[in-house]
Design a protein around this ligand. Structure first.
Ligand code: COA
Length: 418
């Protein structure tokens, strides 16, 4: 089903002449370069990589989705860049695309010891792909190495250098780490969907009421979240040799995720989700909310309700970092209201997941308070350490770090994924 307002699929893409594998240059050939594709080449990459990423969509619908996403505010004005690896010495009517990928400009924050928090331009990389016929020849590796050099200065103002870029690997930790994208904590908790009348009751406490969040509330909440994130990074740290970085969960980023879920839901189910999260209201500084998106996977993988971002106002950064080492009872006692409010918004996600036929609700890199909240819903909740898929990986492009300096990725949640 294609709705009227969505773009029409690109004109059918005839595969033009492509060189056979034996005509291809070696991966270290000096004539190989990373360039931006023409419109025809871009369509060719989507048609090829659709086999890997279209999920339950038809190929035509997948091509439409990619056009639709590329036209979102997050991607406009060169927010999204396309890259292909080609042989510049190729003389055929159509050059072979040896490998391809996309990058997304992302607003980010960085806090260096002794300096103020600074807004910087980062990039997220996605859709890394090599034509099955050309695999195993080192082209993807060459592309990532070339891309790392390009992203050093890509879209930076005044000739400045990038500080960091990110990607989310679905092929384990080794491939990208060899090109400098180091694997960071990639954990999540998963909860079952809940039928609404199974509301939980905890120690006779009533959970604070969580209201549904609608798209028109995103503008203000995202702004508040950004300010709070900035303040979190600004807090002095006990250890002076940590550089903290964060991607900003701004409105454009969140709406890009929602554009994706709406497109796919319309295609597969003929309806578009309107509820985008849940909030326990209160005075500013004392609210708890989460934003979510429904991810429709292949028939084999199934659908997941992903929490894009969970905000517990007033949650202190040390808590976020202390993992699960802090005493559970102590934490629960001192943050009782926050835990209950987080329980309530996560429970809302579980209800919404049941309404939409999701397999589970996933929340990335949960803080100790979030884990306590999840355990109230399901005491068996455990933290899953991902080793193959969605490995959050970060490449440092800034000045060389000495061996005592650590990088901390704050807010490493699903909203950063691309
Ligand atoms: C992943 C992919 C881009 C690799 O392309 P490629 O050109 O065959 O890769 P290269 O020949 O440059 O391989 C370089 C290295 O990566 C390794 N590698 C290749 N594919 C891999 C995979 N799927 N998983 C893990 N490692 C892989 C190779 O073994 C090789 O290792 P080495 O340097 O130690 O010898 C390609 O298989 C592909 O398009 N897959 C489908 C889409 C996909 O999964 N993309 C990644 C999304 S995160």
């Amino acid at each position: 089903m294609f709705s009227q307002s969505l773009p029409t699929p690109p004109a059918s893409i005839n595969m033009p002449f492509a060189p056979t594998s034996s005509d291809l240059p070696p991966h270290d050939s000096p004539t190989i370069a990373l360039v931006h594709p023409t419109a025809e080449e871009k369509a060719r990459t989507w048609k090829l990589n659709g086999s890997s990423w279209r999920g339950q969509l038809s190929l035509d619908a997948y091509l439409c989705r990619e056009e639709h996403l590329a036209s979102q505010p997050f991607c406009r004005d060169e927010g999204m860049s396309f890259w292909i690896l080609v042989d510049t010495a190729s003389t055929g009517s159509s050059r072979a695309i040896l490998a391809s990928c996309e990058s997304f400009r992302k607003r980010a924050l960085i806090k260096r010891p002794g300096k103020d928090v600074q807004e910087v331009v980062s990039h997220g990389i996605g859709s890394v792909f090599c034509n099955p016929e050309y695999r195993g020849r080192g082209y993807a590796r060459r592309m990532m190495n070339e891309l790392a050099k390009h992203l050093d200065g890509w879209q930076q103002k005044g000739g400045e250098k990038a500080y960091f870029t990110v990607l989310y690997s679905d092929i384990g930790k080794d491939f990208y780490s060899k090109s400098g994208w180091r694997a960071f904590p990639s954990r999540h908790i998963a909860l079952h969907p809940l039928i609404e009348d199974s509301k939980i009751s905890i120690f006779n406490d009533e959970l604070p009421v969580a209201d549904p969040l609608h798209p028109e509330q995103l503008t203000e909440l995202c702004k508040d979240d950004e300010i709070a994130l900035c303040n979190t990074l600004a807090k002095p740290r006990a250890d002076k040799t940590v550089i903290s970085v964060a991607l900003i969960p701004d409105e454009k980023v969140i709406r890009w995720h929602h554009a994706r879920e709406e497109f796919v839901a319309n295609e597969l189910l003929g309806k578009s989700p309107e509820i985008k999260g849940a909030i326990v209201q209160g005075e500013k500084g004392h609210r708890v909310w989460c934003l979510w998106t429904r991810t429709f996977g292949s028939e084999k993988i199934g659908n997941t309700m992903n929490i894009l971002r969970l905000v517990i106002e007033g949650e202190v950064e040390e808590l976020e970092e202390s993992g699960l080492t802090s005493s559970r009872d102590g934490l629960e006692e001192s943050h009782r209201w926050q835990v209950l409010a987080a329980t309530s918004v996560i429970q809302s996600a579980c209800f919404e997941a049941a309404r939409w036929g999701m397999n589970d609700v996933q929340l990335w890199n949960p803080t100790p308070l979030t884990v306590l909240a999840a355990k109230k819903i399901d005491p068996c909740t455990e933290i899953v350490e991902r080793v193959d898929e969605s490995i959050a990986s970060l490449r440092w492009h800034g000045p060389e770090l000495d061996s005592t300096t650590e990088l901390a990725w704050i807010g490493n949640e699903k909203y950063g994924w691309c």
